[in-house]
Write a new protein. Sequence first.
Length: 549
Amino acid sequence: MQRRIENLKTTRFLFLRALLLAASFGIVLPCRAAGATTPDPQAAGEKWWSYVQHLASDQMEGRLTGSEGYRRAASYVTEQFKASGLEPKGVNGYSQSVRFDVQQVRASASSLMLINGGHERPLSLSEDALLGSRLPQPEHIEAPLIFAGYGLHMPEAGYDDLAGLDLHGKIVVYLTGGPSHLASALKAHARSPQEFYKVVEEAGAVGIASIPNPKSMDIPWSRMSLAASQPGMRLSDPALQDTRGPMFTMTLNPAHAQQIFEGSGHTLSELLSLGDQGKPLPRFPLSTTLRAHVSALTEHVESVNILGVMPGSDPRRKGEYVVLTAHLDHLGIGEPINGDRIYNGAMDDASGVASVLDVASRLHSSRDLLRRSVLFVIVCAEEKGLLGSRYFAAHPTVPIKSIVADLNTDMFLAIIPLNNLTVYGLEESTLGDDIRAVAAGMDIKVVPDAQPDRNVFIRSDQYNFIRAGVPSIMNAFAARPGTDEVRIMKAWLTSRYHAPSDDTNQPVDLVAAARFNQLLLALTEHVANADGRPQWKGTSFFKRFAASN
């Protein structure tokens, strides 16, 4: 109890310090209505956690896109929007319907065979390789393999792993990661489905095989193999699909992938050593051909994005929107781990949805009048390839050019104190300057991404807003180097990420979560009240999307 009291005193001191420091930065921190008080950090954290507990309860059955559990969660979010006085901004009230093609790959009825020098060797569809489920799989394929280094096509950066390679009729094998001298955001962009699949398909490739670098794997192979039973989804709209036709896709277990390099003059250990050092990789044909039979079932489902708006008060600015996003979906019911089959998704991303709900509730309670409108967008199918936000970016319910910024919140991991903050997209727009200033006013240090090869920059919904030309960022807790926080964060990824144990029984720092929500609220108000709208930095590669849209 004494420690909790001391924590509360410290948090109150830091908030008062934030108000004083903010003045020197010219930051608009949240202005409470007359007579209102700053919420107690513990109480604020408990309110946030109550949202998480509801969304991540077993009743929601893991919120798989298109499922009954997702529909229940969407109804709950809609009711919270109404309680916070948000006006509907969907196509049908608060909802925007999205249609999906669903592919369920049946590993038990599928097969893989390596052919080398006339000898055939079967691959185990669990231990050796996993079949992809997002792109439409061909039923039969037999094609030679070619190793394309990191598989990165980045002519803008003077780097191209695919240059000079004859990919026609071949399966492209690549190692995840990229050279250390290239910007992490740009590497992540080149790896995105919209970019990578298009390039290899245009080059005539018939398939793709990835080898995860063990140093940047979020979860162990045993858990990846369990996740392979999940159905894959793609948007039904042909204009929003990543390939024009079928494309064979698989992932090779790095512990067993050496067998595809036999007779090539190279070893996987040699390639991993170069990858670990961030060095360029050789590119070469492999002596191995792959024969595959893929059995898959297809169906169609429909789900919804949920949208509500808090109108702005400035006649000249209310037609502009600051967008707050988070994804509601998770993995649903899957293969059991320790007897539990419900993948609740408390941190991923009930936590982010809860933060968006918290900001909406606090703005409504305080009756603060922001100059710009704030559009709250809770999307579906993030876990299936950022599909809900991709659909919204292509079919926005407000003019896309009226959206001044997207502030995305996804799996920020309030499991350690909030001292350091990683901001994805930090150097791309003036939003990076805004978050630096707001964070400094709260005594929070903004630090570089410590694991750029995880490609987080393109793995959440801010990326679709960036591709639509909208300055966007996503914030997450960062461990302080040399502290036990590093172990805690790594252990969470290893044991809880995309596992049933990401539930409401895990340890959470409620005061840290409250500080994060205060940061998000302060940033929202700052951007909504600023005279000018956020701008792309002149050095940003991604500013080209604003010019082209």
